[in-house]
Design a protein around this ligand. Structure first.
Ligand SMILES: [Zn+2]
Length: 357
């Protein structure tokens, strides 16, 4: 048995695609964390990435983790699901994906999520009527496409879909049985309340969550015909999808690797408040190294994560000037703290970085 876990981070343009290979007593076990892309890489290239993954995994067990329902994290998987289907033993995703199919499979359904569904219905009407400005139209179509694709993907996977949150302890542990690796889920929180706290902040400090202020706020926005308010809602929704990314801590012989999805400031704060953060050896930097994905400006949080050793930072990014991505400031901070490996300038087809711990 090899002594090392290999973490392979593919260049997929803007998106994440990470293959973690864990030695086991009998055979290797692999976890594919996201396989998405939205910019910079065409379908033929992604096809080569897919072939490369399938070849690497061969007949070993593979679990797929979908950190959150954004295209840059699942579009590749969506296109090639039939080929992954043969070898996928488990499929894991967050329960906060709101589509008819995921609900049927057991997504929590509180009043707020129902209000968001009303929003979806109304969105469809507005899009059909062509009643939105260009920017809102773009956001709305993206939202509808994303929901529809996730829905089809989940239908395709059927009962293999498991929804994970901080309290789901068994699923990954079961998958990793027969290896010396342990995995813990640090985020998202199991309750709908905390999910919405990410999105709407303050009002949740008041009592009356669910049926109270938040619900009213969302309903008001939905009822409001103003395009600005719609746009704001859609943009917030996109943000809080990120903030409820699955965050997974992999422990290998005392070394800690944190896969942070697209976690944002609020998720780090919650993990910190829950006492879940410990010094890391490797961090898959969240949200493609944008300015709001890594808590470097929160000394209390950051010092919990950075111990005495110099960690490795894995960055999966694609330059987008309009979003200030990746943040050069952040990259500099990371370089002064540890070792940075980024997909940005990688060459090859497919191109990837391997690290072993
Ligand atoms: Zn992303």
């Amino acid at each position: 048995m090899s002594d090392f876990v290999r973490i392979r981070i593919y260049n997929v343009g803007l998106g994440d695609c990470i293959l973690v290979s864990v030695p086991g007593v009998k055979r290797e076990k692999h976890i594919l964390i996201d396989f998405g892309s939205t910019r910079g890489k065409n379908k033929e290239y992604l096809e080569r990435v897919k072939d490369h993954i399938i070849e690497t995994v061969n007949s070993d067990p593979l679990a797929i983790v979908l950190t959150h329902g954004h295209l840059d994290h699942f579009k590749g998987l969506y296109h090639f699901i039939d080929e992954f289907d043969k070898i996928t033993s488990v499929f894991l995703t967050t329960k906060y994906l709101r589509t008819p199919e995921t609900r049927r499979l057991g997504t929590r359904e509180g009043p707020v999520l129902r209000a968001l569904d009303e929003r979806l219905e109304r969105l469809k009407v507005l899009v059909d009527q062509g009643n939105l400005d260009d920017e809102s139209m773009k956001l709305a179509s993206e939202r509808l496409t994303t929901d529809e694709m996730i829905d089809r993907l989940c239908k395709r996977l059927g009962s293999r879909v498991r929804y994970l949150d901080r309290e789901s302890r068994v699923v990954l542990a079961k998958f990793l049985a027969g290896t010396m690796a342990k995995a813990h889920i640090l985020s998202p929180e199991p309750s709908e309340e905390s999910y919405l706290r990410f999105a709407f902040g303050k009002p949740l400090e008041n009592k009356g969550i669910g049926g109270g202020l938040i619900l009213k706020k969302i309903r008001d926005k939905i009822a409001n015909r103003s395009e600005t308010s719609f746009r704001e809602l859609l943009m917030r929704e996109r943000e809080y999808d990120n903030a409820t990314s699955l965050v997974i801590l992999l422990n290998w012989r005392g070394k800690r690797v944190l896969f942070a999805g697209d976690a944002q400031e609020s998720s780090w704060k919650t993990m910190y408040d829950n006492g879940l953060l410990e010094p890391i050896d490797v961090l898959k930097v969240a949200h493609h190294a944008s300015h709001n994905g890594t808590p470097v400006d929160h000394p209390d949080i950051w010092s919990k994560m950075i111990g005495s050793k110099k960690p490795i930072f894995l960055v999966s990014t694609y330059p987008r000037k309009d979003w200030g991505m990746p943040s050069r400031d952040l990259l500099q901070r990371l370089e002064s703290t540890g070792m940075v490996y980024s997909t940005e300038e990688l060459e090859g087809s497919p191109a990837f970085i391997d690290i072993e711990i």
